[in-house]
Ligand binder design. Structure first.
Ligand SMILES: C=CC1=C(C)c2cc3[nH]c(cc4nc(cc5[nH]c(cc1n2)c(C)c5CCC(=O)O)C(CCC(=O)O)=C4C)c(C)c3C=C
Ligand SMILES: [Fe+2]
Length: 388
């Protein structure tokens, strides 16, 4: 096996596969892979049965593709030459590459088109406007979402492409985002990667091994919302396309960069500690000047400042080419799974937008919220309980 690099995972990662069916959907606590293709869809049919049929078809295709199989039953080159193939073929010969496919339902799915209005969880609504948001409606929201993660970009793109093809006439892609380089770890067995500011990201993430934290902060409980028993064992997915002013950041002195984050760039340790996993001491001060500044990112978003709430971050770096001035159109595609967006995301994001030193270097250009139904049992389709 070759040496794994940030962009070239080793053979073991490529051979890995995760079951599509289970108690929870894969792609949340399964180890964060290195590549992402995320797509939001608009449903184009107004027929409830066609929507259910789409979810059934997507479930079968996702089940096959995550196990290294083709999207359709027949295969890319095995079918009738006079018909379009039921798989597009670019993944022929590629291993599963740890592919996970995670489906979500946006607030707009619960308007009156499909008779779902009274099943909408109370907190599943468009996220509020946050100060300094510069949202493009064309890259925000959506009726459905597909998060495809893999350790090979071709495998992730193949998954989204085939799900979009299968959806033809029933749903169409509204926007999609590619990501490279995970910006979080979701297992204690993973090393902490770096975001495009050059800092370790994901140190204090909720990890798969912490069952109590998952129950408290990630999985929706059976009694969380009387209208939304169907979501028990699921989660909410916040997606934010955060552009980073890379060139401006790169002109800031190292000590300032570290002050903005509240951690050392090299080790990832809090400015009050020496090891990455040392707990920050927010009271440490020289005279009246706290070591971790009042507007340092890790202080502003820390659970201590928000009644103990945590989130499972699963975001990715992106570079979508360059802008007209030659600057990188780059940033962090922030993905976080939370039990309740109103308590676990909105207040944290509001505090960040109002008083975080990083904000000068960030601009959020896309935003969406989805309810992620629980895992799919044998013979079931994704979201089955919602339509029962
Ligand atoms: C509203 C939620 C958050 C947004 C949006 C967000 C954007 C964002 N973050 C970084 C860089 C880092 N974030 C770090 C920690 C961290 N960030 C959030 C929340 C949001 N970040 C939380 C809840 C935490 C954990 C806090 C804690 O429990 O200590 C870190 C430190 C390392 C780590 O723990 O992950 C960095 C670095 C960027 C660059 C960014 C937007 C582009
Ligand atoms: Fe952060």
């Amino acid at each position: 096996a070759g040496r794994a690099t940030a962009s070239e995972p080793d053979e073991a990662a490529r051979a890995a596969s995760y079951a599509f069916r289970g108690e929870h959907q894969a792609g949340i606590v399964t180890p964060a892979q290195d590549r992402l293709h995320f797509a939001a869809f608009d449903v184009t049919t107004d027929d409830r049965d066609e929507l259910v049929a789409l979810l059934r078809d997507w479930t079968e295709a996702a089940d096959r593709m995550t196990q290294g199989g083709s999207a359709g039953e027949v295969g890319p080159v095995e079918g009738d030459p006079l018909l379009p193939p039921d798989d597009t073929g670019e993944a022929i010969g590629l291993p599963p590459s740890g592919l996970t496919i995670t489906f979500g339902f946006g607030p707009s799915l619960f308007d009156d088109r499909f008779g779902l209005a009274d099943r909408r969880p109370g907190v599943l609504r468009r996220l509020p406007h946050f100060p300094a948001d510069a949202l493009d409606p064309a890259t925000s929201d959506g009726d459905l979402c597909v998060q495809a993660c893999a350790d090979d970009p071709q495998v992730a793109v193949h998954a989204v492409r085939n799900l979009a093809r299968i959806a033809f006439g029933r749903a169409s892609v509204r926007w999609s985002q590619l990501g490279f380089g995970r910006t979080s770890s979701t297992s204690t067995s993973q090393s902490t990667p770096r975001n495009l500011f050059g800092f370790k990201d994901g140190t204090e993430n909720v990890k798969a091994e912490d069952g109590a934290a998952l129950a408290d902060h990630v999985w929706v409980g059976a009694d969380d919302d009387p209208a939304a028993g169907w979501l028990a064992g699921g989660s909410y997915l916040v997606a934010r396309r955060i552009a980073m002013r890379i060139e401006t950041w790169d002109r800031q002195p190292l000590a300032d960069q570290e002050a903005f984050v509240g951690r050392a760039k090299g080790s990832g340790a809090p400015l009050t500690g020496t090891d990455e996993h040392d707990a920050p001491d927010f009271n440490a001060a020289t005279g009246t000047v706290t070591t971790i500044a009042p507007d340092a990112h890790v202080r502003v978003v820390h659970p201590d400042a928000h009644g103990g709430v945590r989130m499972l971050r699963r975001g990715y770096n992106f570079v979508d080419g360059s802008n007209a001035l030659g600057g990188l159109d780059a940033g962090l595609f922030f993905l976080a799974f939370v039990r309740d967006p109103d308590t676990h995301f909105v207040p944290v994001q509001m505090a960040m937008a109002r008083s975080d030193a990083l904000m000068e270097y960030l601009q959020t250009t896309g935003s969406a919220l989805f309810a992620v139904p629980p895992g799919v049992g044998e013979g079931e389709h994704v979201g089955q309980a919602l339509f029962a």
